[in-house]
Every structure is written in structure tokens, then in C-alpha cells.
Design a protein around this ligand. Structure first.
Ligand code: UDP
Length: 235
């Protein structure tokens, strides 16, 4: 069952993977797979707290929750989104893919259709559009059940917060770099890194420019959580 907790003023739902999937299938609206970077961006707070489902993605949030006394398993956004695509294919529901470079989203769409022959992808749009109105109109016409947005954060989350107003029956998930993985252009970390919760280390070694993004964000995030947990208010 869901158990919504707060970390640094952000709502987080502490479902396990299977319950998160079941719950997501039963709702419409916005799914955020939250990480410490998002929780360090003040623009994200209202969006996260208005989201219908917030799943803890990554070791940073898991650690933060642990410091606050919540034992929660992380849910990798890329795996969660993949499973939701599988469920859509199984249930005959339509899917839209928005984001990443044109060749990436095209290839991701092709690979998903190969993997799930029953999958109905009703709309494919790369993530470098400037005419948001047009993309919103395409979505309004097609009304896909599942909309995956891979525009990076906070862009994807802001886009979803706007788009969900016009598609009351759709489920939107911000999926970050998932299309890069599904297209085969980017490899996920090998199993051993994932088991040891070191996927971030693998990605940083492969893409050293990511170091700037996780450092100092991650240590500062942990310090903020420690302060919230152990330093009395007003100090
Ligand atoms: N992206 C996009 N439009 C933009 C900026 C980024 O479609 O204006 C895409 C980018 O091509 C990549 C994804 O957004 O496919 C973000 O990937 P990233 O690895 O930054 O995501 P995260 O680390 O947040 O999962």
C-alpha cells in the first residue's frame, strides 16, 4: 500500500515496485521519479507536491529516506517506465513518446515495438521542439493513455504539469534518459553496478560531464537531510 512521506518538504510515495505499477495503472496524472538533483531545484517543489505519484529513483533519495527512518527500496525510473509500456501493450492502451533527439526517439519507438508487438504508439516527437502549443494539440487529439516525456528535468516535469490539464485520462511519466537507453545509444550500467547501487558511478565514468551534476548536489543533499533530521529547528 501507498505510504506518502515527506523528505525536505517533498512528498514521496514509498510503494514497492509492483504496488507502484498497480497504483499507476489505476490513476491519471503525473508521475515523478524523484532524485536529489530535483530536490535541489526550488522550481520543482510545487510540481512534485502536485504530482499524483512520486517514486524514489536512485540511491540518494533512498539514503535520505533511510536517514529519516524510512526503509524504502528505490525504483529505477527507466525500469518503471519500461514496465508501464509493457502493461499498456498488454491492455491495448496507446502510448506517446516525447523527448530525446529525433534519431533516438525513433529508434526507441522501433525497439519497443519489436519487443512488444501489440504496442500501439500513437505519437512520437523528439524533445527539441519550441512550439509547445503544437505538441499539446497533437496530444489533445490523440489522448494517449501513457505519455512518456524524456526532456530532462525540470523541463519534462514542467511540460507534464501543463499537459496533464488537457488530458484528464492520461498518465504522464518523466523518464529522463530512458529513450537513450531503449534506443541502444546509451548502455545501462552492468548488473553488478546496479546491485551495488553504483549505477551513478558507472554513468559518471562513462560521461564525466555528469560529475558536475552530482557533485556537489549529492553530498549537499545528504547534509540537508542530516540537518533536517538531527538539528533542532531554529538552529
Ligand atoms: N532532452 C530533450 N530536450 C531538451 C533537453 C534534453 O529531449 O531540451 C533529452 C536528452 O536528449 C536526453 C534526455 O532529455 O535524452 C535527458 O537525459 P538526461 O540523461 O539528462 O536525464 P536524467 O539524467 O535526468 O535521467
Amino acid at each position: 500500500m501507498a505510504n506518502r512521506v515527506q523528505l525536505l518538504g517533498y512528498n514521496i510515495d514509498t510503494f514497492d515496485f509492483e504496488s507502484a505499477v498497480d497504483y499507476a495503472k489505476s490513476i491519471s496524472g503525473q508521475v515523478v521519479t524523484i532524485n536529489p538533483e530535483m530536490m535541489s531545484n526550488p522550481d520543482m517543489k510545487d510540481i512534485v507536491n502536485s504530482a499524483e505519484l512520486v517514486v524514489p529513483d536512485g540511491i540518494g533519495v533512498q539514503l535520505g529516506l533511510m536517514i529519516c527512518g524510512y526503509k524504502v527500496k528505490r525504483i529505477a525510473g527507466v525500469e518503471f517506465a519500461h514496465r508501464m509500456v509493457m502493461e499498456a501493450a498488454k491492455d491495448g492502451q496507446s502510448v506517446a513518446l516525447i523527448g530525446a533527439k529525433p534519431e533516438v526517439v525513433g529508434k526507441a519507438s522501433e525497439n519497443l515495438k519489436k519487443e512488444f508487438p501489440n504496442l500501439y504508439i500513437t505519437y512520437v516527437q523528439d524533445g527539441y521542439f519550441t512550439d509547445t502549443e503544437r505538441v499539446l494539440n497533437e496530444l489533445k487529439i490523440r489522448q494517449p493513455r501513457l505519455v512518456l516525456c524524456a526532456l530532462g528535468s525540470p523541463k519534462q516535469d514542467m511540460f507534464i504539469a501543463e499537459a496533464k490539464k488537457y488530458l484528464p485520462n492520461s498518465l504522464f511519466i518523466g523518464v529522463g534518459g530512458s529513450f537513450d537507453v531503449w534506443s541502444g545509444y546509451v548502455k545501462r550500467a552492468p548488473e553488478i553496478y546496479r546491485k551495488l547501487c553504483l549505477e551513478w558511478l558507472y554513468r559518471t565514468v562513462k560521461e564525466p560531464q555528469r560529475f558536475k551534476r552530482i557533485f556537489p548536489t549529492l553530498p549537499l543533499f545528504v547534509l540537508r537531510v542530516l540537518k533536517e533530521r538531527f538539528v533542532p529547528r531554529g538552529v
